[in-house]
Ligand binder design. Structure first.
Ligand code: ATP
Ligand code: MG
Length: 386
């Protein structure tokens, strides 16, 4: 039915030079998201961004992909035609018939906008004319101008656009408008959501995954790779790094108290992430921590863990309940993969009674039993790109 989508974005903050940068980035990201489709044009006209296809049958999939592009608030699937009275009538009738088949419509309204004042029929007249045609053709419907089941909009500009649906976009800001961060991506529910939320603010991400192969399985790696692929629909292509931290767990087991395992391992993970980020020119880390969810996510634990590095850590789900995080995971499509039962290194080596209120002094004392620099060098040498 539709051959074009008009895309609108939150324009409140977009003035002057910012707006141009924003629009160019958005167009670039839409083009990238739609690269698999043939004969698609993405362009700007009179302050709006349009996606036009020569193959109507692709439209549904084009919309699905475009819905995941950050920066878009609304998508309006439309029929683009010549500014000609006969053609407009024909297409409005066609669209109305299509809508009747899709949904239960009892009332409707026609709204005409005449941006091109040279068009010979005035808005009110054209709306009335189209309304009458519909009433004559489809006896089961009536007009309701206040609360119609469907509103058909006829927008006369450079061309004529006919539409009736508004689809919610992903919101946020186009990727690449706010820098780069490194996501600590486990196989769990929270970290993919955390990455999504930061990317939604225009931040490009790379991801880092820690494993303890062969104590964690190959399947656990596959799961994280799969999560990466799902996230890429939103975040664009990114790198997934992996580091094997088995040697660290071995050393901790040998030289430190069992209940300190999680905190100590976390401090190493942070150091390794910071090292990789620094080497890649990345300025911030992202984790999926949510306050109070598990022992290592109490205020005290976080203080002790973060004390190991200088780099700021973004924690977008910190104040959210598990159910709220799960809701987003379902919406973005990571949930089903996240709940696959492959252990990550934290669960494999988790102590039976982890510390809830670790003391920095005792943790530092335990770390005194380890050669930190040597361990870091050793496991960092396992760094690979999955
Ligand atoms: P998630 O659901 O993201 O696994 P979680 O609720 O299991 O989180 P923790 O195990 O405390 O919570 O992990 C907190 C955060 O630390 C994770 O959200 C993630 O960002 C990071 N993290 C934990 N384990 C790993 C890992 N194996 N590789 C990379 N990052 C990890
Ligand atoms: Mg986890």
């Amino acid at each position: 039915m539709y051959n074009i989508v008009a895309v609108s974005f939150g324009e409140i903050f977009l003035k002057g030079k910012n707006r141009g940068t924003f629009e160019s980035k958005l167009i670039e990201k839409i083009r990238f998201a739609l690269k698999e489709f043939k004969d698609v044009k993405v362009y700007k006209e009179l302050g709006k961004v349009y996606i036009e296809t020569m193959h109507e049958e692709d439209m549904e999939n084009i919309i699905e992909k475009t819905k995941k592009v950050f920066g878009i608030v609304t998508l309006i699937p439309s029929i683009k035609i010549e500014k000609n009275e006969e053609i407009i009538i024909e297409k409005v009738m066609e669209l109305f018939k299509y809508l009747l088949q899709k949904q239960n419509i009892k009332t409707f309204k026609i709204k005409t906008k005449r941006g091109d004042k040279k068009f010979p029929i005035r808005s009110m007249e054209l709306s009335a004319l189209l309304g009458e045609k519909i009433l004559n053709e489809f006896k089961e419907v009536t007009v309701d101008i206040h609360n119609p089941d469907v509103e058909v909009e006829v927008d006369i500009k450079v061309s004529c656009y006919i539409s009736s649906e508004r689809i919610k976009g992903a919101g946020g800001l186009p990727l690449g408008t706010s820098g780069r961060a490194l996501l600590l991506l486990s196989g769990g529910i929270d970290s993919p959501v955390a990455g999504y939320m930061i990317a939604r603010r225009g931040v490009e991400i790379d991801a880092l995954y820690f494993h303890t192969y062969p104590f964690t399985s190959e399947r656990a790696n596959e799961k994280v790779k799969h999560l990466k692929e799902i996230l890429e629909d939103y975040c664009g292509k990114f790198k997934l790094y992996a580091i094997n931290i088995l040697e660290i767990h071995k050393a901790i087991k040998q030289h430190c108290k069992e209940e300190e395992t999680t905190i100590l391992a976390r401090r190493f993970m942070m150091r390794l992430a910071e090292k990789l980020a620094n080497e890649q020119g990345i300025e911030m880390l992202i984790t999926g921590e949510s306050l109070g969810q598990v022992a290592s996510q109490t205020m005290k634990s976080m203080v002790v863990i973060e004390n190991s590095i200088d780099m700021p850590i973004l924690k977008p789900v910190i104040g959210m309940d598990k159910t709220e995080i799960m809701e987003i995971a379902r919406k973005i499509g990571t949930y089903d993969t996240s709940i696959e039962p492959f252990d990550d290194c934290c669960s494999v080596f988790a102590p039976n009674h982890p510390l809830i209120k670790p003391k920095l002094e005792s943790i530092l004392k335990s770390e005194g039993n380890l050669d930190i620099d040597e361990l870091i060098e050793k496991v960092y040498s396992t760094l690979e790109i999955l």
